[in-house]
Design a protein around this ligand. Structure first.
Ligand code: FAD
Length: 379
């Protein structure tokens, strides 16, 4: 694949960069330092996203009928690269535009589209994703949260874990079991202020806001909040996750962090060491490989070619690069991880779960082995 940005794509990137420079407040970096899931950043996202939407930059690639402007899929990735390298001022709303909206466009009813897509496109709403449970992470089909159809509603009981942003969310995109068969799972749109929903944040190494348990106790959800057919939630989720995996341009953010670290080492006269230079060079090549793989996957989407395991390869390449950069920071700039250069510290903290969230590293390798290389299953 040959890759070069077109003039209009370059102009678009400049438009995004100018918007960010003009609109992010002077104290944005302080807000960002609280972390992506922090109350400060989520509250700020409610101010920032409507402005981004008004400028036509929140959902440019969405169809005009749903509040977008029929832009090309590349626009979403250029936007994401610029926003992630600024610390993602959309907060959790990146999920709304990346996969919740597209999943509703494909599987939602007319009423669901009318209710939710315009609110997402105007940047007014915070969603969380309620998939994982204590015994159902990688093996998501083992989930136990139950939705029973009773009269004009479903009755939901169970619990979710790791539900990022849920303590501040308006809605939850929830997966629940609607039958005894392993894959009898359905998707629901659940208002987080429903009677019987409670959220308990818990502490951990990642920044505040990512680690929460959500409990559902006799929560009544109208039948109209089912997404797609009952028992066919798997189809919805496979579609949604294929968007989630390549939606986070860690490579772009990582390059900026590496450049910051190298500048600091240069200023301290420590970048002449060939070992340090070789280490930095290896990381650059991994981030650039992750970048090109991401572009390859986007190109496949644009051309609607059949699914491949390239998104899985992209995900492990990006995760590898992040881990290697974290080792680099730990080895050469350990002071930055305890209150020194906060841009570097935040990258470190934010990437602790980089090999876990959105599908673990090991599982990606399994998928590449089985589907991409058609290797036999181990016993
Ligand atoms: C910061 C953070 C935010 C998250 N946000 C959300 C969220 O918003 N919503 C949500 O629903 N979930 C969220 N998650 C959950 C995340 O999706 C799960 O942690 C992930 O899917 C792994 O599940 P698990 O933690 O149960 O680990 P397990 O599935 O128990 O896996 C444990 C280990 O075993 C390995 N393993 C498991 N099965 C296999 C296999 N078949 N082959 C090889 N190795 C295997 C895994 O790779 C892993 O190393 C988040 C997680 C983190 C850390």
């Amino acid at each position: 694949m040959e890759f070069a940005w077109t003039e209009s794509q370059q102009r678009y990137r400049e438009q995004v960069a100018t918007f960010l420079e003009d609109n992010l407040p002077d104290d944005w970096f302080d807000t960002y330092c609280h972390g992506l899931g922090s109350p400060q950043q989520i509250d700020y996202a409610r101010i920032f996203c409507p402005k981004l939407a008004k400028a036509g930059l929140l959902t440019p690639q969405w169809p005009a009928e749903y509040g977008g402007r029929d832009g090309e899929p590349w626009e979403q990735f250029i936007l994401a690269e610029e926003l992630w390298s600024w610390g993602e001022p959309r907060g959790p709303q990146y999920m709304n535009v990346n996969w919740i909206g597209p999943a509703l466009m494909r599987f939602g009813t007319a009423e669901q589209k009318a209710e939710h897509l315009s609110r997402i496109a105007t940047g007014e709403v915070i969603w969380c994703q309620g998939f994982s449970e204590p015994q159902a992470g990688t093996d998501l089909a083992a989930l136990q949260t139950k939705a029973e159809r009773i009269g004009d509603h479903y009755l939901i009981n169970g619990m979710k874990i790791w539900t990022s942003y849920s303590y501040k969310a308006d809605w939850c995109f929830l997966l629940a079991r609607t039958g005894p068969e392993r894959k009898a799972i359905s998707c629901f749109l659940v208002p987080m202020n429903s009677k019987g929903v409670s959220v308990v944040p818990f502490p951990g190494l990642p920044e505040y806001g990512h680690l929460n348990e959500v409990f559902f106790e006799d929560v009544e959800v109208p039948l109209g909040n089912l997404v797609g057919e009952e028992g066919k939630g798997w189809e919805v989720i496979t579609y949604a996750l294929s968007y989630e995996r390549v939606g986070l341009p860690r490579y772009h953010w990582g390059r900026k962090v590496l450049d910051t670290a190298v500048a600091q080492l240069q200023a301290e006269g420590r970048f002449d060491d060939p070992m340090v230079r070789a280490h930095a060079g290896r990381i650059v090549s991994k981030f650039e490989a992750a970048r090109v793989l991401t572009y390859l996957v986007v190109d496949q989407r644009v051309k609607r070619t059949p699914d491949t395991t390239d998104p899985n390869v992209q995900r492990i390449t990006a995760a590898d690069a992040c881990c290697e950069l974290m080792n680099f920071l730990m080895e050469y700039l350990p002071d930055c991880l305890s209150g020194g250069e906060r841009y570097l510290e935040l990258f470190y903290r934010h990437n602790i779960p980089a090999t876990i969230a959105a599908g673990t590293y090991e599982l990606q390798l399994d998928l590449i082995a089985q589907r991409g290389l058609t290797l036999p299953r181990g016993r």
